[in-house]
Design a protein around this ligand. Structure first.
Ligand code: HEM
Length: 425
């Protein structure tokens, strides 16, 4: 479907066949680069460094940088991160008591940020992690605030001034960290210490500027998405108490109160189905965009180079031919459903598949399985829950829960808000 005209037209592709065409050939369909964003982006060196992101690269540059980042997400490396995530989750839950009220979106956001920072740059203390998390968040918020670029002058009080100030602080902190890692010259287990030493077949590695940019991008790409996934999984489980009972039963039977070992994670099959089903209904990245590097044909129609093309996991995941009763949360469907990568793609598909997909699935399982050993989170009744976000998917006012005991079952909580229009019972 073509919407709009001329330079501003956008082609929407919804069928698996066309999604396949768009996602499987990155030489024809480019990811958006900063230069193609329709407002002037800052030429400041700090900002250029902080936006050196794999997701914004194309062609050979993308291939090369992806190869350099890959080792940080290898299966063997994940085993090392596994223990760190357990520790961080246990620490995060230390102050939690039965009967307490919490904003679970805020909690999952903080925990996801700490997990990302810990595996990326190895924050040892909670205070250091929190300091960095706030610094990253502030820089990211300003970086994606269009008003910062409408008046790109370094005058105190203007958003652009704050953006540059935060970008420089963050950059200096990361430079100091890189320097320290290089001086130590040992693999401290985090992604950065591995990336410092990683080289391609020509013996070339990442420059310090690339290291800074990719670290920021990995944090940005990995942290809010994981928080969104965790939050909506807890939401769906509250609204489907029978599924929650099954998750808790499986958790107890397989883990018997112990933290999950790396191999246990594969045995939590019902939890796996719950996560997949929640990512199907509320994917943390709802839309994606590419632009064509060359003229192309789709459904018998010709399109020029430079054509914007959008695809959507949110829409593809509701195709009734692949997912009968598409609006309903039915984790059991994953016992028999085996969609193709272009029918179900919460982590995208093809050569630009999310680098952190396995890491994110592992982190989500660890956080939930440890949480469910102590608590059954339940939504506070009658709260208004609206989903916001153009591309991402977050609860507008957070998600208020109270902490029940795992064995205390209770019926689905009555809630209000737009979210009720986005799935069916
Ligand atoms: C539930 C959590 C996550 C979801 C739903 C998710 C989803 C996605 C999606 C849809 C893309 C493709 C974007 C595009 O094609 O334009 C992507 C790319 C990417 N993601 Fe994730 N992501 C998650 C977690 C993570 C984590 C934890 C990391 C790393 C720490 C990560 C690193 C990346 C990177 C590096 C790319 C760019 C890949 C490339 O362009 O070659 N993601 N992610």
């Amino acid at each position: 479907m073509l919407v709009g005209g001329g330079d501003y037209s956008c082609l929407f592709t919804f069928s698996p066949e066309y999604t396949h065409q768009v996602l499987s050939d990155p030489s024809k369909f480019y990811s958006f680069e900063l230069e193609s964003i329709p407002f002037p982006f800052s030429k400041s060196e700090s900002i250029t460094r902080l936006t050196t992101a794999l997701a914004l690269m194309n062609g050979e540059q993308h291939k090369r940088q992806r190869r350099l980042l890959l080792p940080a997400f290898h299966h063997k490396r994940l085993q090392g991160y596994h223990e760190q995530i357990i520790q961080l989750t246990q620490n995060a839950l230390l102050g939690w008591e039965i009967g307490q009220r919490r904003d679970i979106f805020y909690e999952m956001d903080m925990l996801s940020a700490l997990i990302s920072l810990s595996i990326l740059i190895g924050m040892e203390s909670k205070a250091d992690g929190a300091k960095f998390a706030i610094l990253f968040e502030r820089a990211m918020k300003n970086l994606f605030n269009p008003s910062a670029f409408l008046l790109p002058y370094e005058i105190p009080g203007l958003p652009y001034y704050h953006l540059l100030r935060d970008a420089r602080i963050l950059e200096q902190e990361l430079e100091a960290l890189i320097l320290e890692r290089k001086r130590m010259d040992v693999d401290t287990g985090d992604a950065m210490s591995l990336l410092i030493g990683s080289q391609d077949e020509d013996g070339l590695g990442l420059t310090d500027d690339e290291l800074i940019g990719q670290t920021v991008a990995l944090f940005r790409g990995g942290s809010k998405t994981t928080a969104s996934a965790l939050t909506w999984i807890l939401f769906f489980l509250d609204q489907h108490p029978v599924s929650m009972d099954r998750v808790l039963e499986e958790n107890e039977r397989i883990l018997n109160g112990a933290p999950p070992s790396f191999n246990d994670l594969e045995r939590l099959t019902y939890l796996d189905a719950v996560i997949k089903e929640s990512l199907r209904l509320f994917p943390p990245v709802m839309w994606g965009i590419r632009y064509s590097a060359k003229p192309f044909e789709i459904a018998g129609e010709e399109f020029p180079a430079g054509q914007r093309v959008m695809y959507s996991a949110q829409i593809a995941h509701r195709n009734p031919a692949i997912f009968p009763d598409p609006g309903r949360f039915i984790p059991e469907r994953w016992e028999t459903t085996d969609p193709s990568p272009y029918e179900y793609f919460p982590f995208s598909a093809g050569p630009r598949l999310c680098l952190g997909a396995n890491f994110a699935m592992m982190a989500i399982k660890i956080v939930l399985s440890i949480m469910f050993q102590r608590f059954r989170p339940r939504l506070i009744a009658n709260q208004k829950i609206d989903r916001v976000g153009l591309i991402g998917s977050l609860p507008r006012r957070g998600l208020q829960i109270d902490l029940g005991a795992p064995e205390c079952s209770r019926p689905r909580t009555v809630i209000r808000g737009d979210v009720l229009r986005l799935f069916e019972f």
